[in-house]
Design a protein around this ligand. Structure first.
Ligand code: FUB
Length: 337
């Protein structure tokens, strides 16, 4: 595969979460549409209403099956709008789609919908996950069967509304989230030397419907071994993804307003994670968002860009390119051309 492949030219989709179930590779994307909402820093132009599931057996060429609408916002009792990123995990033959959407008060939460098959249809729970907030869930199943959810996104993703216990920011074991800041006035731009707002990680309950604990901060250590600062262009912004390679935990993410995909490596699902580098340079379009998965012995980066929509930032197209590791386990930067 010398050049990236556009996976689904017939529709605009984004934020691909790729997972292998059985012998097929399934993609759980956001379904972009032109709602007429103007561009703003809160992502008000991303007014998605439903989810499709795509699947394939050959990443590099051949058919991509569209399984159609598998969940619509109108079916979700607690959600009103903006069906953003989602991901799916399997447990005991059931498939759990964890997704982000806004409630009627304009607050993002995470919800769960359950199916008997990876291609759905997914039946939503009546309420969001208790204590959930923000966006961009990635559900990761570890080798011992434990399931973790990584989530969070800045600005329109509202993560900056939630405050951490002071002890937590310098505690490598993570922290407890205190709940929404009362005034929701946390500035979008923190002082450069303030601690970066971290992604969150939380173990899921045995039934995969709730958090089993309070979320912890995903601490990313910079090149000096200290937690990343808010002014670092490689700091976390959104689009958490977790994968495992040779027994190590690879936390990858978007840097948002500096438009890169970066990664950091840790020894446990909770981290801390040491920053390693850039996986993908900025693409056409404001957002960048991805997943990394092994399929049939090859590793792939699934992502999106806005080339087909002539840089219309809310109309994104799914792409895939091969991903390679160096001998020391670091990832080679992926070429987007
Ligand atoms: O698709 C809406 C939002 O755009 C996602 O939640 C972010 O990660 C960004 O890709």
């Amino acid at each position: 595969m010398k050049t990236p492949r556009y996976l689904f030219p017939s529709d605009y989709m984004a934020d691909p979460s790729a997972n292998v179930f059985g012998d097929r590779l399934y993609i759980y994307p956001s379904h972009d549409r032109d709602s007429g909402e103007a561009f703003d820093d809160d992502g008000g132009h991303f007014q998605m209403k439903d989810y499709h599931v795509l699947s394939l057996t050959n990443v590099e060429q051949g058919e991509v099956t569209d399984h159609g609408v598998v969940l619509d916002v109108g079916q979700v009792p607690w959600a009103e709008r903006q069906m953003w990123d989602n991901d799916v995990v399997e447990k005991d033959g059931k498939y759990y789609l964890v997704f982000s959407a806004k409630d009627p008060n304009g607050v993002f939460h995470l919800g769960v919908a359950v199916a008997d098959k990876p291609e759905g249809p997914f039946i939503p729970q009546p309420h969001p996950i208790r204590g959930s907030f923000s966006i961009d869930p990635c559900v990761f199943k570890d080798d011992d069967g434990s399931i973790y959810c990584y989530f969070g996104g800045l600005w329109g993703g509202q993560l900056q509304w939630y405050t951490l216990t002071p002890a937590a920011t310098d505690n490598e074991e993570g922290c407890v989230v205190m709940g929404p800041a009362a005034d929701k006035k946390t500035p979008l731009f923190l002082p450069a030397d303030a601690p970066a707002v971290p992604s969150m990680v939380v173990k899921m309950s045995d039934d995969v419907l709730q958090f089993a604990e309070a979320p912890h901060a995903v601490v990313i250590l910079d090149e000096t071994g200290n937690p990343m600062k808010a002014g670092n262009p490689h700091r976390f912004f959104e689009a958490s993804w977790m994968h495992k390679y040779r027994g190590k935990y690879y936390f990858s993410y978007s840097t948002g307003d500096s438009h890169m995909l970066c990664y950091a490596i840790g020894d446990t699902p909770y981290g801390p994670f040491r920053f390693q580098g850039v996986i993908l340079d900025p693409v056409v379009g404001w957002t960048t968002h991805h997943s990394i998965v092994e399929y049939k012995g090859e590793w792939y980066l699934f992502y999106h860009d806005c080339v087909p929509s002539n840089d219309t930032t809310w109309l994104r197209s799914l792409k895939v390119q091969k991903l390679y590791y160096n001998e020391d386990g670091t990832i080679r930067k992926v070429k987007n051309d």
